[in-house]
Design a protein around this ligand. Structure first.
Ligand SMILES: [Zn+2]
Length: 80
């Protein structure tokens, strides 16, 4: 089990997600993003706009995902 914050995953707050795999982590972050989007939370909307802008750049999104996955892999396992 590893921990990452919303901010570490390109978000805008310090909410902590715990997951066993990067895919699971990405799914939690995405779910949280949708919740924040529904609340019209400005910092998260800004973060999402930046992500969307990146998607127009060829390869940028893949590079970003790779970086986040490397970050996830480098984190220590936590005991729950
Ligand atoms: Zn957040």
């Amino acid at each position: 089990m590893k921990e990452m914050t919303c901010r570490q995953l390109g978000g805008a707050c310090d909410e902590i997600f715990r997951a066993n795999s990067f895919d699971e982590m990405a799914a939690l972050s995405k779910k949280h993003g949708v919740e924040m989007f529904e609340k019209s939370d400005m910092p998260h909307l800004d973060a999402m706009n930046k992500m969307r802008a990146m998607m127009h750049e060829a390869g940028a999104m893949e590079k970003w995902m790779e970086e986040k996955k490397a970050l996830f892999d480098s984190l220590p396992e936590i005991q729950v």
